[in-house]
Ligand binder design. Sequence first.
Ligand code: NAP
Length: 523
Amino acid sequence: MTELLSNYLGGRWQAGTGAGAGTALLDPVLGTELVRVDATGLDLAAGFDFAREQGGAALRALTYRERAALLSAALKVLQANRDAYYDIATANSGTVKNDSAVDIDGALFTLGSYAKLGDALGDKRFMLDGDMARLGKEPLFQSQHVLTPTRGVALFINAFNFPAWGLWEKAAPALLSGVPVIIKPATATAWLTQRMVKDVVDADIFPPGALSVVCGSSAGLMDQLQPFDVVSFTGSADTAAVIRSHPAVVQRSVRVNIEADSLNSAVLLPGEAADSPAFDLLVKEVAREMTVKSGQKCTAIRRVFVPEALYAAVAQALSARLAKTTVGNPRNDTVRMGALVSRSQLAAVREGLAHLAGQAEVLHDSSQQALVDADPTIACCVGPTLLGTRDARGSDSADRVHDTEVFGPVATLIPYRDTAHALALVRRGQGSLVTSLYGSDAAALAAAALDLADSHGRVHVISPDVAQLQTGHGNVMPQSLHGGPGRAGGGEELGGLRALNFYHRRSAMQASTAVLAHLQTPA
Ligand code: NAP
């Protein structure tokens, strides 16, 4: 029997008390059992109370700078254990080293960024929002908005594809804000999240109750939420709907942030030749986005819009790149792309691919390619597939490509007539996390970016001058907003200090200027 991972709740390690052996976490390449998780029988009410009361009070007693120092200390512990995290990612997520880095080093970078931002906030325990505004003719009675940390707990329910980054991109802003965190990772890959929390807890960095982890079923977690708690969810649109309609949200006004699925896009603007730098940049990035983490990235490019005249050239250039992708066991150095997370995700990708292919032609198909060092009857591996809608009229009639997120190495090439047509097609995604624009005409790029801004959390604009500096379509940088309107869930995360807003309450203080003057100095 493999190890049963413990939960950390109520300031102590607790094993689930399920009658069975818990849920097994598997190696998606070898099919072997790695560890088990079980959250049955935990006293969730007591655990949430402990976090809210002990963890919350202790965190709020500290200044932003002091809390930032705790983030820095946690970062040091995680850096010291980095190799172990890579081993867990190889085993449990089936990712090659470069793909594990997106999750693990992305997590560490984000945590470090918030430690720096927090340090710059200084010795304060609240933030001012804007300036004082006179409420009468004389500047005697005024209004000043303040942001104070919410006196609740932050519940995080995360997706399977980012067990490390998903933890810290949420926990860093929450802990910096002074709000205790309870994290429930997706079961399939909970091991890495649990191990990171364990390392930080064992190092005794945060006050008791500040950081908790529950591995296993989500049952009962949402029921614990009280009016000043917040919940941040990342996952599928279906589960998002369950979270949104829970009584905690509907009746108790628990603040909720949703990061759901998204049909992200890349657009090659008109006026670029088939051998132009912008053309090459688009092709390179689309191939990368399709294959990094086997396409299991919420930000991955799913729809690729190109001028009708360049459809064949882009199809050819992309196919040539994708053909070089070796797929299989991430422990083999020749492998560029590892596994999907589970057999059920593999089945979902195959099903989604067949659905999309019903309205598209297949331009490149590596889905049946031989695997390196992996048994296709066991391994959850699949090569990349590029679909296409052939001509601009076909682009208008195809609807599945704008509706169906295939969470794997799959993208669809979509030809357009002119810029207005391209932008209208992009918007059929109903709101996405990110779109990328490729071109060399700065004015045209700026105009298209503004046009798409309201339907995207991030617009990534790539001209040849930034070819070497750019951070990549799918890389979520802590300085920039992550989230998207509509179908993408309507959430907002990161974006530098903006992330702290979710964990603070805004209040308008109406008082004499003399009283408000006391808010200008640290407290
Ligand atoms: P999922 O099935 O919706 O699961 C997400 C999380 O919700 C898991 O922790 C899951 O726990 C939990 N959960 C399931 N049912 C629940 C319920 N009734 N109440 C409360 N929690 C519940 O999603 P997934 O398959 O892990 O993730 C893939 C999806 O996430 C993709 O669609 C992807 O686009 C999206 N995603 C979005 C972002 C973003 O930032 N926008 C990032 C990553 C992924 P169990 O694992 O125990 O079932």
